[in-house]
Design a protein around this ligand. Structure first.
Ligand code: C2E
Ligand code: MG
Ligand code: MG
Length: 454
């Protein structure tokens, strides 16, 4: 009997040890992710929890890496431990938490409605932010809600297929949309699924679209505000999708910038514009320079200027008919590479312009260092009403500054007659905006080339 007792005690304590080993987190010494999955799934599947709503949270301590750099990884680990304790102290019955990895924690919360849940998370954040006296920490929290399970008749039933990994991943996807340098909460919802599907769809179709020439060049004319003469145009992409109709660039350019396809697009646009210009020259049109957008992703390529020259020369188009637009975001990258590319482009006879000037914050510094031909004033200058005239002062000084730097100016997004008159007075060289013309297909643009506007 004694042996049997000893055996039982040994087995039980071994089990306990085993589960401690399996379920203990190395960093915090507390529960780990495996424990969380096991227990969250058990909790969610319980019959008497069927009518309770739950949410899975991905809580990230954002300052973790910085904290470790300033202190030590060991201190960072201790901080994670304290955070784990604090989260734990917020939890009620049926609720659990565990360290996931790095500075992520998984939390299972019970809730009644979204507002109540958000309130509670805010309270938790308030507390977690002040866990340390010297620093204000901040947290990003992704929330995935798991409502009750219902049968066909709408009756609440026990949850059968619970997948906590999937729910935590959803919470993580919501959390990944956060970028602010402050604590913030993001809920996972159907819109996010839709967005992700859209991104996937673009990724899947981009190669076919390029091969099938579904990308079309639209031209937006630029006019001299005094003489109303056509002085130039900007090439703007449109996607004519057989499934979705015309898609505007705002819906796919940011995706191409992330997945790298943007460099193919820029080449494609440049090649098409160069060909159009050559054809128009041969047909006897009075051609004006057309600007093409080149994304910042391109500027890591040392031979960019030669690539551009190659494409334009293939079409046999004079270089003075092509202008290259750089957005301000390009000016943050490798400055020296950028300057040398700009110089080369200008040596080849291409004009180079700074797009969306005034929408960022390093504009003035970039102007100091970059030898550019054209300054494009951002549409934002002309958006809000300007009751006290401060906007006019800024615009008029920007035009003067450009003139002193021997640059031409283009005002973008101008929609009102009084704005046109003001810009004409200030000596702005060109206007590109709906007041004169919207971006248009090329056959319509052709009719504008020889004509003055009506
Ligand atoms: P962006 O280069 O600053 O182009 C100007 C945008 O302002 C165009 O939008 C144009 O339609 C719009 N716009 C012009 N005048 C007015 C106006 O008076 N009022 C208003 N509300 N809007 C006006 P779009 O065509 O939708 O293009 C958006 C952005 O997408 C462009 O901004 C550019 O950054 C990017 N993009 C377009 N085509 C290309 C391309 O071929 N390559 C690259 N890399 N980016 C492109
Ligand atoms: Mg542009
Ligand atoms: Mg622009």
């Amino acid at each position: 009997l004694i042996f049997v007792l000893i055996y039982i005690i040994k087995t039980v304590s071994n089990r306990k040890r085993m589960s401690e080993i399996f379920f203990m987190d190395e960093t915090t010494g507390q529960h780990n992710w495996l424990w969380f999955i096991t227990n969250a799934e058990r909790e969610l599947k319980k019959k008497h929890n069927a009518d309770r709503k739950y949410a899975v949270l991905d809580v990230v301590f954002v300052n973790y890496r910085n904290f470790c750099v300033c202190h030590s990884v060991e201190e960072g680990g201790k901080m994670l431990c304290r955070i784990n304790d604090r989260i734990q102290s917020f939890l009620g019955k049926h609720e659990i938490t565990a360290h996931h990895s790095a500075s992520h924690f998984a939390v299972l919360l019970e809730y009644t409605d979204r507002d109540e849940l958000e309130d509670r998370i805010h309270k938790m954040i308030d507390d977690l932010e002040h866990i340390n006296d010297e620093h204000k920490f901040y947290y990003w929290i992704g929330v995935d809600r798991i409502p009750e399970s219902k049968d066909e008749k709408g009756k609440i039933v026990r949850r059968e297929d619970v997948d906590v990994e999937r729910e935590f991943n959803n919470a993580g996807a919501a959390r990944a949309t956060l970028t602010v340098e402050d604590s913030a909460i993001a809920f996972f919802d159907d819109k996010m699924v839709e967005e992700q599907r859209w991104i996937d769809l673009i990724n899947e179709n981009q190669m076919r679209a390029l091969a099938e020439e579904e990308f079309v060049v639209y031209y937006q004319p630029k006019y001299d505000p005094r003489t109303e003469e056509l002085k130039g145009a900007e090439a703007l992409i449109r996607w004519m999708s057989p499934e979705h109709g015309m898609i505007s660039p705002g819906r796919f350019i940011p995706i191409f910038e992330k997945n790298g396809f943007i460099t193919r697009i820029d080449h494609y646009m440049l090649a098409h514009v160069a060909k159009d210009q050559r054809r128009w020259l041969d047909a006897g049109f009075k051609c004006v320079p057309v600007s093409v957008n080149v994304s910042r992703a391109h500027f890591i390529e040392a031979d960019l200027a030669d690539q551009i020259k190659g494409i334009v020369d293939d079409a046999g188009t004079p270089h003075e008919l092509i202008e290259i637009e750089l957005t301000e975001s390009a000016f943050f990258d490798d400055k020296n590479a950028l300057i040398s590319t700009i110089k080369k482009l200008r040596d080849y006879g291409f004009a180079v312009s700074m797009d969306d000037f005034g929408s960022g914050y390093s504009s003035l510094n970039s102007l100091k260092e970059m030898p550019l031909d054209v300054l494009k004033l951002d549409a934002e200058f002309f958006r809000n009403d300007d009751a006290d005239g401060r906007g006019q002062i800024v615009v008029s000084e920007a035009i003067k500054l450009a003139k002193n730097l021997k640059m031409r100016t283009v005002a973008e997004g101008v929609e009102e007659k009084n704005q046109v008159d003001f810009l004409a007075e200030q000596g702005c060289d060109m206007i590109q905006g709906f007041y004169f013309a919207k971006p248009m297909p090329k056959d319509e643009y052709e009719t504008r080339m020889n004509n003055k506007i009506a």
